[in-house]
Design a protein around this ligand. Structure first.
Ligand code: ZN
Length: 300
């Protein structure tokens, strides 16, 4: 069910779905909901396609994870409409699918204005398709299995430490209760390891700050500077990017726990005001966060 809508429409369609989900999650208001298992050690792993067993990542990971939280699904297994039919099932009446995104590469033949020669341009167009959770479908001849457990090989603490060293980032660890990245000095300041409740919390914080570090002019150049503090929405946007990048990395590297995700979710909802002003912020922040996470992941 790929859409033929224009790029702008896709962005709007998917963004308003994300927005509605976040609003609904806030409305649910029940903090215990945030304890919904999302951790590597839980039975419910990351979202994956039931037909192909392939995990969803980045933006789609977030979109589906939020749906799972909202609807309290027992399986993080998803199918396209076509797959539902393919596996002999049907979507239960009244069930709505969740739009997720992908980039479709298209080639354009154009004449070079200077030389008059034909050149091929590759473009990435944003598209979306709809998926359904296993719980929204009846009559399937396949079911989720042990596959739900993540198949990624997670990093050990030594590997995480090596990765952090490989970045070459200037990290100062001092006894205080604040973690931050100073873009002018290009320096991360962290509390001491023993001040954290656990190593997972420590790495979540460290990778959040390292994600800010990727935005420096010499790296991904996200235009970080102190004036951001005077522009709350831009500052909030950068915070959203850093937190999402930290969530992505936690998924890639496996230092996430259910409690940590609860923290991240609360943190992300903190930027609800920003989302209200700009409905597409979440989606575009998740792309920027994906770039930041990929940048850091290369140091592994
Ligand atoms: Zn931050």
């Amino acid at each position: 069910m790929a859409s033929t809508a224009t790029k702008m429409n896709v962005r709007d369609i998917v963004s308003s779905q994300i927005f509605e989900t976040i609003e609904a999650l806030i409305e649910q208001g029940n903090q215990t909901k945030w304890h919904r298992p999302w951790a590597v050690d839980s039975k419910i792993g990351a979202p994956y396609n039931l037909g192909t067993n392939r995990p969803y990542s980045r933006s789609n990971f977030l979109i589906l994870q939020m749906q799972l939280m909202l609807k309290s699904y027992e399986h993080n297994a998803w199918l396209t409409f076509k797959q539902v039919q393919q596996f002999g099932g049907h979507v239960r009446k009244g069930e709505k699918g969740t739009p997720i995104v992908y980039f479709k590469k298209t080639k354009d033949e154009k004449d070079d204005p200077d030389t008059g020669e034909a050149v091929t341009e590759t473009k990435s167009l944003l598209r979306y398709y709809v998926v359904f959770n296993f719980a929204q479908v009846d009559g399937l001849n396949i079911a989720p299995t042990e596959q739900e457990k993540p198949t990624v090989k997670f990093a050990t603490v030594e590997e995480l430490e090596q990765m952090v060293r490989n970045t070459g980032a200037n990290i100062e660890r001092i006894t205080q209760d604040r973690a931050y990245y100073n873009p002018t000095m290009d320096k991360i300041v962290l509390p001491l390891l023993e001040q954290f409740q656990g190593s997972d919390g420590y790495y979540a914080t460290l990778f959040h700050e390292l994600s800010h570090w990727t935005g420096h002019a010499s790296r991904l150049n996200r235009g970080l500077n102190f004036s951001l503090r005077k522009k709350p929405s831009q500052y909030a946007y950068e915070e959203l990017i850093a937190e999402l990048a930290s969530v992505f990395l936690s998924q890639d590297l496996g230092y996430q726990t259910a409690e940590l995700f609860q923290n991240s979710a609360v943190y992300l909802l903190h930027y609800y005001e920003l989302l209200k002003e700009n409905r597409t912020a979440f989606l575009s922040a998740s792309w920027a966060a994906g770039k930041a996470a990929d940048y850091l992941f290369r140091f592994r």
